[in-house]
Design a protein around this ligand. Structure first.
Ligand code: CUA
Length: 256
């Protein structure tokens, strides 16, 4: 066989090989919903976690990762669904691993990462953060529940409890206060707001003050004026009008 013949054969075989590869990939994507490994998307980072239903068996979930939780913390989808995952980071770098699957994404501030997965059988999955992101890292988890179609449909028609978010809570959420301060007494980046009004508060440096109206007002307007002992000077200055400060103070009084 001449050298030219051999070369031609090699070219034909390699071309066929590459075409077959593309053909199989196209088949896998279209027929079996296998996700192509993707890199960064051109979607803008989002601040709100949500589950969007595109059709009865196609969902899109926007996960926001933040110190130290995922939002939404639980989603429920029917078995047989394809889910597009979009992941955004609100503060530092986090990660998302869906235990028991090969879904594994980085959550990097400023970008949105993407993956697609199909869920065939009912099962509860745990979502964990896999990047060491601070002192609350090990608590950072969420749940993805795959239920059978009948259970899912029954859930959809079940009456929902009316939302009862007070305007003050909405304001605290809008100003990002809740990222660091809980209202249920749990420890976070900042002191809990539960029972804060009138609370004796030990400051960095040793002094103890009463968290009265004047103190709380100062802490709202000028967060670095006095730092509670055991916490760091991390609170950013929020843009608050006088009315908003008043509204927050009134609300804090009610958090016994
Ligand atoms: Cu987020 Cu670890």
């Amino acid at each position: 066989m001449s050298g030219l013949h051999l070369e031609r054969r090699i070219v034909i075989i390699s071309t066929l090989f590459v075409l077959t590869l593309f053909g199989v990939a196209a088949l896998a994507i279209n027929m079996f919903h296998v996700g192509l490994p993707t890199c960064l998307t051109d979607i803008k980072p989002f601040q709100k976690g949500e589950l969007i239903a595109h059709s009865p068996d196609h969902y899109e979930v926007h996960y926001v990762s933040k110190m130290w939780a995922f939002e939404p913390d639980e989603i429920v989808i029917p078995a047989g669904s394809v889910v597009d995952f979009y992941l955004s980071a609100r503060d530092v770098t986090h990660g998302l691993i869906l235990i028991g699957t090969d879904l594994n994404l980085m959550a990097v501030p400023g970008v949105v990462n993407y993956a697609r997965m199909k869920f065939d059988k009912p099962r509860d999955y745990k979502l964990l953060c896999h990047e060491f992101c601070g002192t609350g890292h090990e608590r950072m988890a969420a749940t993805l529940r795959v239920v059978d179609r009948a259970t899912f449909n029954a859930r959809q028609v079940a009456p929902k409890a009316p939302e009862q978010t007070s305007p003050a809570v909405k304001l605290l959420e809008a100003k990002d206060c809740m990222t660091c301060h809980s209202i249920d007494g749990s420890e976070n980046i900042g002191p809990t707001l539960k029972g804060i009004f009138g609370r004796p508060t030990k400051l960095k440096g040793g002094a103890t003050v009463t968290a009265d109206e004047a103190y709380l007002r100062e802490s709202l307007v000028q967060p670095d004026a006095k730092i509670t002992d055991g916490f760091d000077d991390l609170m950013p200055k929020a843009e608050l009008t006088d009315d908003e400060v008043k509204q927050i103070l009134e609300y804090l009084k009610t958090l016994k």
